[in-house]
Design a protein around this ligand. Sequence first.
Ligand SMILES: Nc1ncnc2c1ncn2[C@@H]1O[C@H](COP(=O)(O)OP(=O)(O)OP(=O)(O)O)[C@@H](O)[C@H]1O
Ligand SMILES: [Mg+2]
Length: 425
Amino acid sequence: MKNGNLIVGLDVGTTKTCVVVGEMYPVETVEGSFLPNSVHEIAIDIISVGSSPSAGIKRGVVVNIEKTAESIKRAVKEAEVMADVEIKAAYVSIAGDHISNSSSHGVIAVKEREISQREVDRVIDAAKTVAFPIDREILHVVPTGFVVDGQNGINNPRGMSGVRLEANVQIITASVTSMQNIIKSCYTAGLQVIDIILNPLASAAAILSQEEKDIGVGLVDIGGGKTDITLFYDGNMCYNAALNVGGNNFTNDIAIGLRIPASEAEKIKKEHGCALMSMVRNEETIELTYTGDRPAKKLSRRNLIKVLEPRAEELLHLVKEELIKSGFRGFMTSGIVLTGGTALIQGIDIMAENILELPVRIGIPKCIDGVKNGVSNPAYSTGAGLVLYGAREALAEYKFSNANLFNGLRTRMRGLVNKIVNLRR
Ligand SMILES: Nc1ncnc2c1ncn2[C@@H]1O[C@H](COP(=O)(O)OP(=O)(O)OP(=O)(O)O)[C@@H](O)[C@H]1O
Ligand SMILES: [Mg+2]
């Protein structure tokens, strides 16, 4: 078995549960020690991926703990076997309608007249001290800009001189019960949760470049049960919304439109699906197979596209409405990155460019050496991103506190985990 320094991401999606295992190693090492102080960068090698169909999840939220735990167990087992490792803890993503965003502002006096990381942390803490209902928990605090002695538009105030430091932040909160249910599912599956990360922030770590986030980019993750729309500008997330439409709606439309079972519709969609009628030739045919005695039937592929095209158009128009509503559409200089399993539907990027009137590309996780393990698929953006996000978080924690890797993060989770352990007693 490998011991190394593994970072594990667990993405419990509406249609599939996936576990991505990365091995983290420092690019610059002092012989004989792991992650010494001199380390500036880390490299990640994705060493295995496990996936199983999800059960007990509706629109990204756990609705049945036992079933979810079973899916987690299966995905973990598969990843363990593939890499010959033992998985004990993971970074886990969270999504769903219960996530909300609000803006806040903090102010502090700078004692030593020079701003260090300590002051940055203090001002962010000050911005966090807003009252939230007891059923909500802070998931992330994203700084969107600092103000030093009245001068605004500062991204990194560290090292600057000043007496008054202000921070503008976005606070992302989640429902405590939803967070507890995902932790409980992991706990039931025998897995510890190191940290919970907002789904699109994880995906962004795997598929967006810093430059794209600086000049403005929209991430549209079209999954099975929902579509997440997350906008980045000036290096940070500036808007996040979710639509309750995803690939499952495409499958249902096919099942109804072609009068076939959902399982066959799913297969046909993946093999022959296309969003644009103009990409399909008249003579192309597909074969529908039925269960039982019904004979297989040949059909023009255009009949399938007749069903898919309007659904794809409708979804992309909803995305456009959300972009307009956000007020950031004009700032998306890098355009839109489509990801999630449904981004694999042929032609959806071309249709998106026409409807959104922005450049569009498909986002595939850019993980070193990950290709061989099949993570270079948009359905694995979140799983791979969790590994990258987790590695960065663990490294920052390590550099900063100089404590044992992960200890700080584990402390953060302890509150929620303890509540669950108590519940089970
Ligand atoms: N080759 C393909 N062509 C078309 N659709 C595909 C393809 N592969 C996967 N899909 C669709 O992608 C969807 C699953 O995407 P993904 O794995 O990103 O979702 P998820 O993370 O499980 O769900 P969610 O993010 O909504 O909770 C399914 O609807 C599936 O049918
Ligand atoms: Mg997903």
